[in-house]
Ligand binder design. Sequence first.
Ligand SMILES: Cc1cc2nc3c(=O)[nH]c(=O)nc-3n(C[C@H](O)[C@H](O)[C@H](O)COP(=O)(O)OP(=O)(O)OC[C@H]3O[C@@H](n4cnc5c(N)ncnc54)[C@H](O)[C@@H]3O)c2cc1C
Length: 421
Amino acid sequence: MRSFDAIVLGAGITGTSAALHLQGRGLRVLLVDRDAPGEEATRGNDGLIGRDAYCAPALPLTLPGILAGALTRRRGFGIDSRSLPDLARFFGECRLTAQPAAVARAARALSPLQAVAAAEHLALARAASALRFFRRTGWIKLLRSPRVRELAEVDRHFARILGVPYADLDAVEIVRLEPHLRSLEEAAIYWPESQSVSSPGGVTKAYGRLFRERGGEVEIGDAATLLDTRRGYALRTVRGEVGAPIVVLALGAGISPVLARFGLTMPLAACRTYHRHFRAVSGVSLTRPVTDLEGGFTLTPMERGLRLVGGTELMSTARALSGLPVRANALHRATATARALLPLGSAVEELPVAGVRVFVPDQLPIVGEMPGMPGLWLSVGHMRDGFSLAPAMARLLADLVTDMLPLADPQPYSPSRFLVG
Ligand SMILES: Cc1cc2nc3c(=O)[nH]c(=O)nc-3n(C[C@H](O)[C@H](O)[C@H](O)COP(=O)(O)OP(=O)(O)OC[C@H]3O[C@@H](n4cnc5c(N)ncnc54)[C@H](O)[C@@H]3O)c2cc1C
């Protein structure tokens, strides 16, 4: 068996960043994935390194609301009805943590990491020669109905408390920033400190290359073969058996079956959302991500074209991993709304592509060592901020693994808060 100081399982942005930071602490690290780095949730996101204020997703919390979510698909959001039994614990925990005080605690906990998220990315990007992917052009959220204007009030409230700069834009100011948007009489909120990238998958692959250039090893393997050997952990990769005293699970939705091998469960939900690129129409461009909260989509300029992300379905992680067919009606509806906002050319992909992000009931990621399982570390549940926060979270994780003064208070992220097993 080949031995390492640490094995990171999952080479999305979370695992790749964690591998780099652990390597930076002098550990000999192996990064394992069943696929090439940056292919799953990480590849298909909005590309935002968001610096807005914290705004919890508006999940339904009453039984009628949950059933309505399962039966109807409003504003691009639905719940997979066959997942309802598996999501019972998730919704139960959501009800406990949706109280205003808990939401405010979550916002305060995330704020120090959000504040350094862009700087942490840029440090890695500089070393990985990936700065060309990054843009400092901010983020526009369009407020096209009284409902979303009310939601934006929550954004503003937390922005004021947490000291995050923003600007309210009227129709003229929107068009000044994005001359090709047909903004009509819209209002918007602008987050000037947000950054974005033109290829989240490209950034992740560049970080993966940097890890290899610095002597890290990357192998194909299945995390479902992970074993607790009592002296550490072992698993099989295509190159044979490997082992380490430290293992980091950065598997996105793929974490649930691996935890189940150890008799552990967490109340996680998978959020399946689609994206598709559109070719640019001659003379029409966008310089920053634009989110239409009412239409339930974000348009981001990417290397492959204008990326439209929308149409969200909440489901169990097991269903998300089960190879469901594309159910992208909501994205098709969003496409029609987006075309009214900005002329879009033909679609690049034949079908929309699904990406899965992992939701945690209290809106905070799970990052830390599993109680009762020394050496087994988790980094999962990064929700809508997983790309933004990955390098900062990786630094925090490396601080904890190597017993250094942590970048932020790790307590809010501890796996112990949900553990059953
Ligand atoms: C549509 C959409 C839009 C988003 N927009 C943004 C945004 O604008 N900004 C932002 O910050 N975040 C955004 N997010 C969230 C962000 O993309 C995710 O939180 C982040 O990419 C999660 O990264 P990850 O590495 O944890 O997971 P993943 O990217 O899912 O990576 C997990 C890895 O684990 C591997 N794996 C799983 N199971 C196994 C196994 N058994 N064996 C081996 N390998 C395995 C997979 O192959 C994969 O490579 C968005 C997400 C989606 C879906």
